[in-house]
Design a protein around this ligand. Structure first.
Ligand SMILES: Nc1ncnc2c1ncn2[C@@H]1O[C@H](COP(=O)(O)OP(=O)(O)OP(=O)(O)O)[C@@H](O)[C@H]1O
Length: 302
């Protein structure tokens, strides 16, 4: 059952159309990603879902509620991550959690929540003295303390180091396992690929594709790449004759083969038949980056 429904959403800022006819539905229990480059319209879309902006056209429903309708129930079903500046610097972690819990009808146990988020030893620490990763974890805690059915997390790991980013991903999965549906806005391919069940790819205000990460990669015709150094001279025709192989290139003593399907098996079998050993063999699987280029004609990050 869809927990969020967005139908032909249109949002303009003056003459600029930021979101241009976007439609999607988020199913209960999934981690749904909105992925796209800077300025694609991701934040505008989720701000309309949160009721913070008024669409120029289209309809939105969150658990059946119109976010523009002023229904206070929205606050209880939808948890949104705070912008950093919204929290007073001197508020401690414990004070912030207690304050936010008091806003909700049926909050979760905030002490248990900050324990799961590894913030218990920071309970008396003021917000301004937390590290970037700790501030981020606190803002996630505040987004879910009201026991919402869906949490909107925008640019979750921007500014975090790789370890803090991976910790945050684990955390999101824990929150989903508690039964919270997650709407995640990101421009990090790796984050989307690792976390999301499905991804809406947005570019210049339009929905380019909507699929699972694997489906997007597959649909874009993303090609695998294999590199190796042949142990003996290799006749290129040996490989180009294989149906899995799209191209064979040479660079110095290296051979680069691109193709689809079970490319690795096809190539290694053909080499073995010709008594050639592939040294320094490397396989690159197609990624969401490749999918984005194939679908939009340019990389996500300039
Ligand atoms: N309040 C505003 N007034 C005018 N234009 C705006 C406003 N907010 C956003 N825009 C413009 O609308 C477009 C979409 O912005 P939005 O913030 O939704 O994109 P985004 O995909 O979230 O980008 P980012 O990843 O950089 O946050 C951009 O061109 C942006 O400059």
């Amino acid at each position: 059952m869809a927990i969020i429904e967005v139908d032909h959403l249109l949002k303009r800022y003056g003459p600029h159309t930021a979101v241009n006819g976007v439609s999607f539905a988020v199913e209960r229990g999934e981690i749904f990603g909105i992925l796209g480059p800077n300025g694609a319209g991701k934040s505008t879309t989720v701000e309309c879902i949160e009721g913070l902006r008024t669409p120029d056209a289209g309809t939105i429903r969150v658990c059946g509620i119109d976010p523009q309708g002023g229904d206070r129930e929205l606050q209880h079903v939808l948890g949104a991550q705070l912008q950093e500046s919204e929290l007073p610097d001197k508020l401690t972690v414990g004070e912030a959690m207690a304050l936010y819990s008091s806003f909700y009808r049926d909050p979760v146990d905030w002490r248990e929540l900050i324990s799961a988020l590894r913030l218990t030893d920071k309970v008396d620490t003021q917000f301004r003295h937390l590290s970037g990763g700790q501030q981020q974890r606190l803002s996630i805690a505040l987004a879910v303390v009201g026991n919402p059915r869906v949490a909107v997390l925008d640019e979750l790991t921007t500014g975090l180091d790789p370890q803090a980013r991976r910790d945050t991903w684990d955390l999101i999965e824990t929150i989903r396992d508690r039964g919270v549906t997650i709407l995640l806005v990101t421009h990090f391919m790796e984050e989307a690929e690792r976390l999301c069940d499905r991804i809406a790819l947005i570019d210049s205000g339009r929905l380019v594709a909507l699929d699972t990460p694997a489906g997007l990669i597959e649909r874009s015709g993303g090609r695998q790449r294999i590199r190796f150094r042949p142990s003996a001279p290799l006749d290129g025709a040996t490989l180009t004759a294989l149906p899995e192989v799209a191209s064979v290139e040479r660079s110095g003593d290296q051979v680069l083969v691109t193709g689809t399907g079970d490319l690795l098996l096809a190539v290694t079998t053909a080499l073995a038949r010709n008594q050639i050993v592939p040294a320094d063999l490397r396989v690159d699987q197609p990624s969401l980056d490749d999918a984005f280029v194939a679908l939009t004609g340019r990389p996500i990050h300039d």
